[in-house]
Design a protein around this ligand. Sequence first.
Ligand code: P6P
Length: 283
Amino acid sequence: MQTIFQTIKDIAIKIDHAIKTEDLGYSDSSNASGEDQLKLDVKSDYIIEEAFKGVDIVKALISEEKEGVLELHEEGIYTICYDPLDGSSLADVNLSVGSIFGIYEGEPRGENLVASAYVVYGPRIELMLATKEEKPLHYRANEGLFNLIGEVSLNEKGKLNAPGGTQQYWSDYHKRFVESLFAEGYRLRYSGGMVPDLHQILLKGGGIFSYPGTTDVPKGKLRQLFEVIPFAFMYEQAGGQAINDKGMRLMELIPAHPHDTSPCFFGSDYEIEALKEAYGIKA
Ligand code: P6P
């Protein structure tokens, strides 16, 4: 696993350089979810693919930017599902974006995730690594080297509320839940970038990020393999919870298709328990 983590560190430096130096415009292609691709999406995907071609323990890659499975090494053990540049449309307004990696042993589904990682490309490059053995480890790059800052834990209750999705299409009970937290004094922290938004809640000790099913997108927007399950693992390892709109742990998701999405809620215990009550989910 350390070889995979070191490869992710090398990838992070290369993608950060691309963000800071290359064209921020659109390519002439779209991704597997039908979204227009930025040249940076394509370049980031290429950097990741090339990097893992040299890692024998990686059996296959599945990218949010492409259909299908890229078989790499027949004797490999791990399938890496990744979003090469999540929130990439924020790069041209100079907001933070990120890369997300889910590392699966066997069929890619929640129960087979053995590690996850994400990179935040912001004022500094930051990296979070999570395995089953310990709490997530937070690193910060300085002149190309990643220094360990420390372990990350969520408090029982936080102060940050990151409500995603188009508000006019929220359910009434979701709207009431979001507003109830603000009535308790929670601060709105939502940039439209999943990686920096979830990173902020982890580092600031807690709160909740919600991306519900909505009347226009009932199954939610965020992809299970590349976004939802890797962050669910991070939040559970940090002592929080990660569930869907039925109260199911997101780590139990079994996607029928690699690009399946799920309503998703990540947070500290207090906020997730409050959400369960608002959604009528029996404890
Ligand atoms: P909305 C970025 O496009 C993304 O996939 C995530 O990074 C982010 O959390 C979400 O979409 C934002 O979606 O509908 O709130 O703009």
